[in-house]
Design a protein around this ligand. Structure first.
Ligand code: SAJ
Length: 417
């Protein structure tokens, strides 16, 4: 049995590696020649703990091979990005080209699984693209229809930074177009899965993925809204949340500078764009979380004004230190990061020096070059007049309280509560 994974990014490559680590023959397909060459050398082009050794072993053992054009296989897993375009509409262009690229090599009995986060109905749309290219084969156009090719939607739900563990241990939602499709897909994932395969249909599985990330977004928005309310009321939001969470049925998440990453800030929009009338709460949560960076910058401006008034310094003499740029703690991923957005806005606005502390990177990101300076923790704590805490990295949590002498602190993560 040969398994083909289309899209060798944050999800596809770990998945390809997981199958090959169980001695399955895997053909990885990606349009990016650099990614293909890197993988064929036994190396990786993305950052994810433990992925490098699994890929190295798989390639050296002859189980994993990367190519730019699909070849015949028995099962195809599509794991390409689904970003949004324009007014938060899902952009299915990569799924469309992946489907059209595998169509010519499909044969009777093959299994095609879509893993990319997608709007409801995407799997049926994918079938239409496949069927258009292959009139000689039959496809299940609707849930329940038997056909030559088996089709399922099985969303990925792994946490970046813990992918190699969660890929194997998390339960897997299996949305087959028919019971036979689900059985085939479950059998495939059971090659490496320790979690359970939970079977449903494709539309429910599509909605399930969107629901999981929307649940988290709405709950973070609740915490972020509380942080605004508490600021106005002069209440410490961290104390408040930990007290409220002592209630047996209350479990509030943590506020922060906003919501980043490529999933939680994106997926809820898929529900909103398909259901604009009904998805009012989900829509509002997005606006609350997206509004948080600007609110933090306003707090910084007000704090700098206080500092100027009380210290008698000129604005150009005031140093602001931003602690953290990553989109969440203990990773080096700066993409779609609210901390990065805030540091950028501060550095563009502030006439004095802006220092940036990010222990997980070695170079200042391009966007900040010329506006800010990379500093280490000790220098920043010694030199800064105003501190903006943006990410609760372990290095920041380990700073002894007596080393923090500043009066002007905006702590968006409650590190120094
Ligand atoms: N955040 C808060 N407060 C919290 C928790 C998180 O502000 O209490 C922020 C983080 O700082 C970050 C953002 O939310 O900016 C998202 O971080 P995350 O750790 O919640 O999630 P991701 O984006 O790394 O991964 C999510 C996961 N989804 C859920 O936990 C429901 C993961 O399981 C999914 O597979 C992934 O999205 C995905 O690919 O969809």
């Amino acid at each position: 049995e040969t398994i083909s994974v289309i899209g060798l990014g944050y999800i596809g490559l770990p998945t390809a590696a997981a199958f090959s680590s169980r001695q399955k023959k895997v053909i990885g397909v990606d349009v990016n020649q650099h990614a293909v060459d890197t993988i064929n050398r036994g190396a990786i082009h993305i950052v994810e703990p433990d992925l490098d050794k699994v890929v190295k072993q798989a390639v050296e053992g002859g189980f994993l091979r990367a190519v730019t054009k699909p070849e015949a296989a028995d099962a195809f897993l599509i794991a390409v990005p689904t970003p949004f375009k324009g007014d938060h509409e899902p952009d299915m262009v990569f799924v469309e080209s992946a489907a059209k690229s595998i169509a010519p090599v499909l044969k009777k009995g093959d299994l095609v699984i879509l893993e990319s986060t997608s709007p409801v109905g995407a799997t049926e749309q994918m079938v239409a693209w496949l069927a258009d290219s292959r009139p000689d084969l039959t496809f299940p156009h609707q849930v329940g229809e038997a056909a030559d090719v088996n089709i399922a939607y099985c969303p990925e739900r792994v946490l970046p930074g813990k992918v190699m563990v969660e890929l194997i241990q998390n339960d897997r939602v299996i949305g087959g177009m028919t019971p036979k499709c689900s059985a085939r897909a479950s059998e495939l994932y059971n090659i490496f899965l320790e979690g359970e395969c939970v079977v449903t249909n494709s539309r429910t599985a599509e909605m399930c993925k969107l629901t999981e990330n929307s649940f988290r977004d709405v709950n973070i928005a609740f915490a972020n809204e509380l942080s605004l309310i508490c600021d106005t009321q002069g209440i410490n939001v961290w104390d408040l949340i930990s007290l409220a969470n002592r209630h047996p049925r209350v479990n509030i998440l943590q506020p922060g500078p906003g919501v980043g990453g490529h999933c939680i800030a994106v997926d809820p929009w898929f529900i909103v764009s398909q259901n604009p009338q009904q998805a009012r709460l989900i829509h509002t949560a997005r606006l609350v979380n997206d509004g948080k960076p600007l609110w933090v910058v306003d707090r910084v401006k007000a704090t700098v004004a206080d500092c100027l008034a009380q210290s008698g310094k000129r604005a150009a003499e005031v140093k602001i230190a931003c602690f953290g740029l990553a989109f969440k703690p203990d990773i080096d991923d700066l993409r779609e990061s609210p901390a990065m957005e805030i540091a950028h806005m501060i550095s563009e606005w502030h006439v004095g020096k802006t220092l940036v502390v990010e222990p997980n990177i070695e170079q200042l990101p391009k966007k900040l070059v010329g506006h800010a300076e990379l500093a280490n923790i000790d220098d920043a704590l010694r030199d800064a007049d105003v501190i903006v805490m943006l990410v609760d990295h372990k290095q920041f949590k380990a700073i002894p309280a007596e080393q923090v002498v500043q009066t002007y602190i905006i702590d968006t993560k409650g590190v120094w509560k």
